[in-house]
Design a protein around this ligand. Structure first.
Ligand SMILES: [Zn+2]
Length: 268
């Protein structure tokens, strides 16, 4: 599933080529991809100029303008959605947006869980999400983390606590901060909580710099891969030696997600 760094990478790729382009054609090949009536969505999108593109957690938000009226297209990639610029349409193509003077945005989605929604403002469910992991201040993070009583891993995946962090990056951040995934957040000291804040920033920044992680079939908007999966310390490393202490990396389930950690380095 594309998480924050993958979505950020896709957005940066798209932004270079689609900003200030006018939408000249829209096709939906799968009605389920659209929230609401696809024909209506096509009508609303035609003639809009893409003024901006930004990330809201794991959502991609295209800011649109037609005349003086502003609206937005919100896309959630879910399990397997992806944009490829000037990509070849194929059996998994669910939407195609043609921009005046190019490029064409081809949306592929094998699992068909990706969703597009055209609306005047950001939909309410986006506004209910927690702060951006890369924007929240250290003091606010420490206060929020210690103010809740939950297992650390579960809280990091809770979208109302932080939006968009994702499974790989939660595991890597906890390892970097030396915090056990089942540590109870209200008992984590101020110093360790601050260390976790720093670890999240570092892990996400590294991951974005490497173009995200290519696991399963994620590719960026130019069809290229991400490389962060090659440098994870614990995620996907079950049974391998910890890079710090050489103990075997363990795998448990927390919040119904597969969780990787070092039982020696990471303390409750
Ligand atoms: Zn270790």
């Amino acid at each position: 599933m594309p998480e924050l760094p993958e979505v950020e990478t896709i957005i940066r790729g798209l932004a270079r080529r689609v900003i200030n382009r006018r939408i000249a054609g829209v096709e939906f090949h799968e009605p389920r991809t659209v929230v609401g009536d696809p024909a209506q969505a096509v009508e609303r999108l035609l003639g809009q100029t893409i003024r901006g593109i930004r990330r809201h957690g794991k959502y991609i938000v295209f800011d649109l303008q037609k005349g003086r009226k502003e609206s937005c297209l919100v896309v959630h990639l879910r399990m397997s959605g992806n944009f490829v610029l000037d990509g070849e349409p194929g059996p998994h193509t669910r939407a195609i947006v043609e921009l005046e003077g190019g490029p064409t945005m081809v949306f592929h989605d094998i699992r068909k869980f990706g969703r597009w929604q055209v609306s005047d403002d950001l939909p309410a469910r986006l506004l209910q999400l927690g702060p951006e992991p890369l924007e929240i201040s250290e003091s606010e993070f420490v206060k929020q983390l210690r103010g809740r009583r939950a297992m650390a891993k579960a809280l990091l995946l809770n979208q109302e606590f932080l939006r968009g962090l994702g499974n790989i990056y939660a595991d890597e951040s906890l390892f970097r901060a030396r915090i056990h995934p089942r540590a109870i957040t209200s008992r984590i000291g101020v110093k360790r909580a601050a260390r976790l804040h720093r670890a999240i920033q570092e892990v996400l920044t590294d991951a974005i710099a490497q173009g995200g992680s290519t696991i399963n079939n994620y590719v960026n908007s130019e069809g290229g891969q991400g490389y962060f999966q090659l440098s994870t310390a614990v995620y996907g490393k079950t049974g391998e030696e910890c890079t710090v202490c050489a103990a075997p990396i363990l795998r448990i389930i927390v919040a119904s997600r597969s969780t990787h950690y070092c039982g020696r380095c990471q303390r409750p």
